[in-house]
Design a protein around this ligand. Sequence first.
Ligand code: ADP
Length: 620
Amino acid sequence: MSKENFQFQAEVGKILNIVANSLYSEKEIFLREYISNASDACDKLRYESLQNSNLSNKEDFKILVSFSKKNKTISISDNGIGMGKSELINSLGTIAKSGTEEFIKKLENKNEKNIEQIGKFGVGFYSGFMVAEKITVLSIKAGEKSGWKWSSDGKGGFDIEEDSSHKIGSIITLYLKKDAMDFLENVRLNNIIKKYSDHITHPVFLFDKDKKDYKEEQANQSLALWTKNKRDIKEEDYNNFYTQSGLNYDKPWKVLHNQNEGTINFTNLIFIPSEKPFDLLHADKKVNIKLYVKKVFITDNCENLIPKYMRFLNGIIDSEDISLNISREMLQNDPVIAKIRNNIVKKVISELEKELKNNKDNYTKFWENFGPVLKEGIHEDFTNKDTILKLSMFESSKKEGWTTLDDYIKRMSKDQKEIYYISGESKSNLLKSPQMESFITNNLEVLFFTDPIDEFWIPNIDNFNDYKFKSITKGAVDFKNKEVNKKEKENKDKSFEKLTAYLKSFYGDKVKDVRVSNRLTSSPVCFVADESSMDIHLENILKKHKHLNEISAKILEINPNHALIKFLNKIDTNDKKNLIKVKNISNMLLDQANLLEGIPLDDSKDFCNKLNDLILLSIN
Ligand code: ADP
């Protein structure tokens, strides 16, 4: 069959352009990417052959890095699963992972030197073009008869032709560029393999093709670190394992290594990272935990092993109590998996509790990275929701930095029976909201719920340690002296009765109600929602994401002490000569309330016209 030519997807073209012209000093990472792919390919075949004996491989799995100064090549071969024709086209010509676009943008910015992270974005293969002017991939998919050869100079496209000279797995050959010849040294390659791939579970051998009597040498230790005794493991070993096994680039924030014995026997070597991965909040972010059965890799895609709200975890779990031949589908429902999951969740939570108690500053670092994700557990994990609430931190109107609910309660006055909160985009924005005004003057602390996830757990959580959560943008609020307040409010309500009635009829169904406020001090108006209605901020989020067609009508509160409201209260709204003035002021007030909540105006042009008229009046 003749050669077929394919074009790279546009994004691949961009990546290739960047890597080919790169001046990155960490070019050596290409080898890590290729060894990691080769190791994955071996893992995949080992797992597939457990379920399909036709695929079983008589040889031991191995990865071979061979080089030739004469030919100016480095080859990485494996006896893993291999790739068929369509996989070669799809895997080595298109990009499937989300987030890659952001990575390309970062790379295009010359000051960002994060080529190191290429593997995380599912484009590690292309890193080879930093050192090679041409790459060929000879591959045969396990179970198939025909093999294929992929080749490309990394400029625009690639060729594919049938080539069955190769028997099993893949051989990737890099034809080195002139400025990359220094990689063709045994010592150099040996060091790179040790540096990046010492913990790869399959052996990596090094071979000098030009030397006749040269024997393959194993260059990595291929340790299953988790099987070693904790006492014999140094911090550095854990750190190396962490970076090499998960292609992580930070240092672990916490290491949880336990050999668990009891009804279920399993080992966990789990890391909590110290940096936030770029795709943490993406809906398709996978939990990065690999499942092994007696050192045999089974899957890195077992959804039930770790709850989604702990998707920041990395590492491995190895259990002898799971059958090696279990299918992926059965695995999801295996009770052993559920037990391991409960155990891991407990361990992580207890580690976090310990840290919060003993080293709050360090805990805060964790919280800033992963708090928004952990909080998903408040509404997803019924058993642990109270503990996760206890571990949660919020910004507050009274304190700099973060505060826990326990700390908030400690600071509350005796009369306060509720935990006040307001939700919105950011602390600085919320501090300026009109609903905050009286809380600030009455010296009442309000917590700021600024993560979108807060909107989802709060409706289902009634209280924390018997203190109810109270949104300050919903329903009525009682300030300190209830009796005085009540009397004052009744008098105010009476003296503004006519105005509220007028406004109600003027606004019609644009508002749910109009009432005199006791929460405003400097703003003339604000919106509040009914106690039983959805929070205003949540409604806004849902509307923005098109989960709601309409924003519901709100209660408009008016400030009886504001000059504008006092003016409106005095003026005769029935007098025809006042008609336009009263109408304009009333419309402007409603527009203000909408703007303050970030609700788009029905007629922004009209608002601007009126504003301009007022400005003109004030300067004429
Ligand atoms: P990633 O490994 O993160 O998916 P890469 O760009 O490194 O991204 O590789 C793309 C894909 O090509 C891999 O997901 C895999 O399907 C395939 N691949 C690469 N190298 C090999 C190999 N040696 N054997 C089998 N498949 C491979």
